[in-house]
Design a protein around this ligand. Sequence first.
Ligand code: G3H
Ligand code: ZN
Length: 288
Amino acid sequence: MALVSAKDMIDKAHAGHYAIPAFNTNNLEWTKAILLGIEAQKSPAIIQVSEGATKYMGGYKAVADLVNDLYNSLGITVPVALHLDHGTFEGAKKCLEAGFTSVMFDGSHFDFEENKEKSKEIIELAHSKGASVECEVGGIGGTEDGVTSSGELANPAECKEISDLGVDFLAAGIGNIHGPYPENWAGLNFERLDEIDKAVNGKPLVLHGGSGIPFDQVHKAVTLGVSKVNINTELQLEFTAAVRKYFEAKKDLEGKGYDPRKVLKPGVDAIQAKVEELCKAFGSANQA
Ligand code: G3H
Ligand code: ZN
């Protein structure tokens, strides 16, 4: 099997009232842990990469080849899409040329008309290549790839205009934040989400900043149109906590404990465990 567009899996999730997990990858080990986790849970999923992580991993073609090759060499059978996360206009075009099966164009920092115009172009290009496409209205709070936004509540009328361009799924700011949530976080704005869900008339919605959102809020968001939940920070925290324990236990000083495959293994196992937990929590387990 090959990597697929995310459209069918997200449409199925929308109809079945569960969410597709979209896990950000950062390297080979991350990719392997995500693939093994979703296969173990028989969960369709999206492996996504930011432009910063793409650069770190050696470029769009390197990422596409890595994910494709691991998908095949590990004998993965569940549907997987390879998605560019928070893509710029140029990045979105480059990832499609490199063979990504899905792309986000994040034009939320432009004025609305420019966001709409650029979104239209990427939607047409992505669909001409059989790829799925995500756009964004209303900046998500927090910092992602060095870009910080205070976070806005998306305007339902603007969401409808972008939705009507034919985007496959739409990210909308509803009080969600990239990275850790502050103690005094007000929670997701379900009133606004309900307005957006009604305005886009059943277009699947995307919840960014999924790390740390209580599952009951995720489940409620799914009832209001959310069908893709993005997770990055949570996997990073799981990985670092596990590797820290390895060093605190001075395992690196035992025998050949300095072998990077031994050093990274606790972290990789922790990522896989968290991936499996989230597939179950989002309802995508056994949906492949
Ligand atoms: O685009 C990436 C996601 O929105 C990740 O957010 O790091 O808060 O899970 P997170
Ligand atoms: Zn995001």
